[in-house]
Design a protein around this ligand. Structure first.
Ligand code: NAD
Length: 517
């Protein structure tokens, strides 16, 4: 596996990067050890930035912003286009690196980089569409309009589970909006961050725009805390747990900065009595097991109409039995490892809690043995994809928590109103889905009065995970309210200015106020 990493770094032209070392793989001050979650072994060590390095990176990001904002937006779009093209060339190698570092299956690793390519394409078009409105003035011979201006250097904090795409969603939009970006990745995925940022920086520098894309890798206490308190970053875009978001949101609010928060989810999928069960089954399996349950949009709660619940559970258990767990780079493996030993402990304690609360384990429920993996004998952080059926009372308090692992909690319902109410009875509000062949049920789920799903994402006849970049992505309640990616999410990366021009030659006050001088 170490040679796998060496080969990827070689393909990406990163063998001489002074931050990465493939030998002396023991813990030490000033470094983070990168563990391969598939083998449980250290595969690299990465140098950490200290307070001085942070200061240099933050000053550079601010200086780069002052230059970059003067470049016309469509010209900025050409730089983003070139970055997208370069990422296309390196897509498969980068996707492999994502899979190696965080353990998601190879198609998902490659798919994640494709998502960054897609958002780059979107941003190129956007660079000619940063439209403001014009509005009629109530005063004669006055003009009124809005314009959108670059905001500043943007601090981008990313979670381990999308180590490339979350940066892409932010950085590609921020760049066409005229902002520079300073990226603080998770210490569970620094290699993907170095590779991605280096590819992007090379392109920007070659085109004369040094410093627009910065990277700082360090401890939360040293680097993260400095960044969130730093007024040079008018916007902090932070993706991660609700716990992190509460803290970051509080610190940024204290300095009256802006936050874009993309936090945890506890996503539910409803299967109505009239659903296409084949379609629902595949969607549940991918939604609950994909990325080993480590997606913000993972399906965690399943609500089955009581008339189909037993049959659906039986089919689900059979489908789970056919899922391959193992090396995410191996063909046909859907479920890779969890990211760390701590994540396995989190999985085990959630399963224990579910059992003690009366849940019945229908599938999985424990660590996966080395002998049952593909290929057998891997030493990483593997668990069995797990289904827990709630007791008849429907009470299963552990299902209110987001455990970042492939655990699916199953409940039954009698009426759609009940199912929607239960789905909405969660602290987070990210993704939601219903499977039904009835237009009435679908429209109730999407009720424009707001009485349907209370989530930021609501899907009919497709699973909770796997969003496209064209729509705004994000969630309500404890998910943080942020929106990234498509639609008009770009507005978060700009500041709005309302401009009025008086070409009358006379002072005309609004609201008809007269000034007698
Ligand atoms: P995490 O909260 O442990 O860490 C996320 C990031 O926050 C990391 O870069 C971490 O270093 C940083 N961070 C933590 N404390 C900080 C501080 N005091 N100052 C500055 N930065 C700080 O989350 P994780 O385990 O990496 O990721 C999993 C979580 O992320 C899950 O809850 C998942 O649902 C969520 N997530 C949400 C989305 C979304 O779009 N809503 C996308 C991906 C992941």
């Amino acid at each position: 596996m170490a040679s796998e990493l060496a080969s990827i770094l070689n393909t990406l032209g990163l063998t001489d990067d002074p931050r990465i070392s493939l030998d002396r793989l023991e813990p030490g001050a000033g470094f983070v050890l990168c563990e391969n979650p598939t083998t449980g072994e250290a595969m690299a060590r990465v140098r950490l930035d200290d307070a001085d390095a942070y200061e240099r990176a933050a000053s550079e990001a601010h200086a780069a912003f002052l230059r970059w904002r003067t470049v016309p937006a469509p010209v900025r779009g050409q730089v983003v286009r070139a970055i997208g093209d370069e990422l296309r060339v390196h897509r498969d190698a980068l996707g492999r690196l994502v899979s190696l570092e965080v353990g998601k299956s190879l198609p998902e690793g490659i798919g994640e980089v494709q998502e960054t390519v897609d958002i780059a394409d979107f941003a190129v078009g956007l660079s000619r569409q940063l439209y403001g409105l014009t509005m009629p003035s109530e005063r004669a011979m006055h003009a009124m309009r809005e314009q959108w201006l670059p905001l500043g250097a943007i601090g981008v904090i990313t979670a381990f589970n999308f180590p490339n795409a979350v940066w892409g969603w932010n950085a590609m939009l921020a760049a066409v909006c005229g902002d520079s970006v300073l990226w603080k990745p998770s210490l569970l995925a620094p290699l993907t961050a170095i590779a991605t940022n280096t590819i992007c920086q090379r392109v920007a520098s070659r085109m004369g725009h040094e410093g627009v894309f910065g990277l700082v890798i360090g401890e939360d206490q040293v680097v993260g805390e400095r960044m969130i308190a730093d007024k040079r970053f008018p916007l902090i875009s932070a993706t991660g747990s609700c716990r992190m978001g509460r803290h970051v949101g509080g610190v940024v609010a204290q300095r009256l900065g802006r936050c874009l928060l993309e936090l945890g989810g506890n996503n539910a999928l409803i299967v109505e009595r009239d659903a296409d069960l084949d379609l629902a089954l595949k969607s549940v399996v991918f939604g609950a097991i994909g990325t080993a349950g480590q997606r913000c949009t993972t399906t965690r709660r399943l609500y089955l109409h009581e008339s189909i619940a037993d049959e659906f559970c039986e089919r689900l258990v059979r489908a789970y039995a056919s899922v391959k767990v193992g090396d995410p780079l191996a063909k046909g493996v859907l479920c890779g490892p969890l990211v760390s030993a701590a994540a396995v402990e989190g999985f085990e304690s959630a399963v224990a809690a579910a059992k003690s609360q009366g849940g019945e384990v229908l599938a999985g429920g424990s660590r996966a043995e080395a002998s049952e993996l593909t290929p057998p004998g891997l030493g990483g952080h593997f668990v069995r994809p797990t289904i827990v059926r709630a007791p008849a009372s429907g009470e299963l308090p552990i299902a209110r928590e987001e455990t970042f692992a492939p655990i699916l909690y199953v409940f039954t319902f009698k009426t759609l109103e009940e199912a929607i109410a239960k789905q909405n009875d969660a602290d987070q509000g990210l993704s939601s889905a219903i499977f039904t062949e009835s237009a009435r049920s679908a429209e109730r789920f999407l009720d424009p009065s707001g009485a349907g799903s209370d989530c930021g994402l609501a899907y009919v006849n497709l699973g909770t995970s796997g969003a496209e970049i064209g729509g705004a992505f994000g969630g309500e309640k404890d998910t943080g309210g942020g929106r990234e990616s498509g639609s008009d999410s770009w507005k978060a990366y700009m500041r709005r200015q309302t401009c009025s021009v008086n070409f009358s030659g006379e002072l005309r006050l609004a609201q008809g106020i007269e000034l007698d001088l």
